[in-house]
Design a protein around this ligand. Structure first.
Ligand code: AHG
Ligand code: MN
Ligand code: MN
Length: 335
């Protein structure tokens, strides 16, 4: 039985041995992400002061130039992981290429790579709405002590050993899984400590929330259009209600707690939708499956997709089991 007033630090240590590849390395890595999350949280909280302190591109009072928050978040996560020498490679939504760490050091024994969306929902920053960070962790497939290669990053989502997100919301939470369920930790800002607040998170099997950018409705496939009409129809427990924040992390987080479906379909204006397979869809799909939910591209499991490039996009449907299954019925009918 999980005790509720546990800190994230204690939780990581206690659960280390239940991890199938336990060596302490993954624990150190999660610890580093926890630290970077606190730093980025601090920056996100200051975002409202930008009008007073200066905009991105301006020079601040100390003579330092102000950075856009997504660039800053990217730097903070990369720096923290690099400095602690706990991964052999990083790929980020904000970088064109993957980063190899200590690639010429044969003694470098680190075996994990991290893929990250440092700031998700970044357009919400300017209007004081929740944003997030998403991370995904794999074991490298090339031998330790050699430079990482593209194939270390282009692994199927089902190969993930851990994934999670941070939501910088009305409170800041870190939610993650190492393959043994999903647990959520809330930051006490006064102490700078994350506490286990949401043990064993699960999507309700059914939900009443659908989350999609309906501004794109006319461009969607018929299957998606029909499903949206189904959600809106007055019948049984319907109509469902619509909620769309426009940051995947926040929309996912709400739907996991309340029950719902998130959709970013492909359309006649976005051939593969918008979301990135490696930085957004795979980690969220891993969490969804760990939390009794489903994540698909409308037809098959996200986690089974063979990635072909770092910044690849895929259609994304994710959430409560019965809702995603219903969506599949409409998609199949119109395929
Ligand atoms: P990012 O800020 O990392 O580019 O991601 C934004 C993503 C996702 O978080 C969100 O759900 C989606 O873009 C919103 O897109 P639309 O504005 O097209 O609805
Ligand atoms: Mn994003
Ligand atoms: Mn981003």
């Amino acid at each position: 039985m999980l005790k509720k007033n546990k800190t994230l630090g204690e939780f990581i240590i206690e659960n280390q041995s239940s991890f199938q590849y336990s060596s302490g390395e993954l624990s150190k890595l999660i610890n580093a992400l926890r630290l970077a999350a606190k730093v980025v949280n601090h920056e996100v909280n200051k975002a409202g002061l930008v009008d007073i302190l200066g905009d991105a591109g301006d020079t601040n009072i100390q003579g330092e130039s102000q950075q856009k928050l997504d660039v800053l978040a990217n730097e903070k996560f990369i720096q923290t992981l690099k400095n602690r020498e706990i991964v052999c490679g990083i790929a980020s939504e904000e970088e064109d290429d993957f980063i190899s760490i200590n690639s010429n050091d044969k003694n470098h024994q680190n075996k994990y790579v991290v893929l990250i969306d440092p700031l998700d929902g970044s357009s919400n920053i300017d209007v004081n709405v929740s944003v997030g960070t998403i991370f995904s962790i794999y074991r490298r497939v090339t031998p330790v002590g050699t430079p990482v290669e593209m194939k270390d990053f282009l692994q199927k989502g089902s190969e993930q050993v851990a994934a999670g997100y941070i939501v910088y919301g009305t409170s800041t939470m870190l939610v993650y899984s190492t393959g043994d369920g999903v647990n959520g930790f809330t930051l006490n800002p006064a102490l700078g400590t994350f506490y286990l607040s949401h043990p064993n998170m699960q999507f309700p099997e059914d939900g009443k929330i659908y989350s999609v950018n309906e501004g794109n409705y006319v461009h969607f496939l018929q299957g998606v259009k029909d499903y949206i009409k189904y959600c809106q129809k007055e019948e049984g427990d319907r109509p469902y209600t619509s909620r769309y924040i426009g940051s995947l992390v926040s929309d996912f987080h709400r739907n996991m707690i309340k029950g719902g479906i998130y959709m970013y379909p492909k359309s006649s204006i976005a051939e593969n939708g918008k979301l990135r397979l490696l930085y957004e869809c795979n980690p969220m799909a891993y969490l969804a499956e760990q939390a009794n939910g489903i994540a698909s591209d409308g037809f098959g499991r996200i986690l089974e997709i063979e990635p072909t490039e770092l910044h690849q996009r895929v259609p994304f449907f994710c959430g409560s089991k019965n809702m995603v299954e219903k969506l599949h019925e409409f998609m199949a009918k119109n395929a």
